[in-house]
Write a protein that binds this ligand. Structure first.
Ligand code: FPP
Length: 237
């Protein structure tokens, strides 16, 4: 990291944690073992981002489509999420703000309450904000915002002329958080898969063949060096 100009670091990085299943299959292990290793990579990369001063990080942990996976795999992911929620609760001194993107109610009352409580208790931490996209879909995020706009319109809080991009942005699950600057997708796939679709309008994309469980700080440094070289014009010249 030492040779990257701090001013050229992204403010907000999104990670699509892909390749866990293949990591396990390559070793003759059940897919869920890949998720376990993936959860370790998540902790490792979150810690490293904090160390180097990244302000906002978002991890795609579970999509609105992932419920279709075999029960055994979904159960293991839920177990990993619960384990992490307990861990965060114990280590509040980590001073990281936590936000969950997506409809929490799908995780059941107990877990949803814990998620809300962690968001509330970490609200004032400003060193780094960690967002976990869980039961998240970019299209669902936009539909959710549209429903809120319609209900605000029904109650005469807003009229048609008040609807603009900044209103929509503010009503997404990421309301108030800067748009993502860099999206990193490991495992060789080159698509966005319904992750932060509105928020990534001007994001730089970085793809690598490394599988997520093998993703290291060194690999992130490579992505950051690549990002620092890009010329971002946001539609200008
Ligand atoms: C996609 O890889 C990955 C997921 C659907 C789950 C990602 C979740 C984790 C890494 C756990 C995170 C844990 C915490 C505590 C936040 P895949 O299984 O589809 O990979 P494949 O394409 O190789 O099959």
């Amino acid at each position: 990291m030492s040779n990257i100009d701090k001013n050229k670091l992204p403010v907000h990085i999104g990670f699509i944690m892909d390749g866990n299943g293949r990591w396990a299959q390559k070793r003759g292990l059940p897919r869920k073992m890949g998720h376990r290793e993936g959860a370790s990579a998540f902790r490792r990369i979150a810690r490293y981002c904090k160390k180097i001063g990244i302000k906002y990080i978002t991890f795609y942990a579970f999509s609105t489509e992932n419920w279709k996976r075999p029960a055994d795999e979904v159960n293991e992911l839920m177990r990993l999420f619960k384990e992490y929620l307990d861990e965060v609760e114990k280590y509040a001194e980590d001073k990281t703000r936590l936000i969950f993107l997506g409809d929490k109610s799908a995780f059941g009352r107990e877990m949803a309450e814990k998620m809300t409580q962690l968001e509330e208790s970490s609200r004032d931490f400003d060193e780094m904000t960690l967002m976990l996209a869980m039961n998240y879909g970019g299209r669902d995020d936009i539909v959710h915002a549209i429903k809120r706009i319609v209900s605000m319109s029904d109650s005469k809080e807003i009229s048609c002329s008040d609807i603009n991009e900044s209103l929509v942005s503010s009503l997404l699950y990421t309301g108030g958080i800067p748009d993502v600057d860099l999206i990193i997708r490991p495992s060789g796939e080159k698509r966005i898969s319904n992750f932060l679709i509105w928020q990534s309008a001007y994001a730089e994309l970085y793809f690598t063949d490394t599988l997520w469980p093998d993703f290291t700080a060194n690999e992130l440094d490579k992505a950051l060096a690549d990002f620092a070289e890009r010329s971002r014009r946001f539609g200008g010249v």
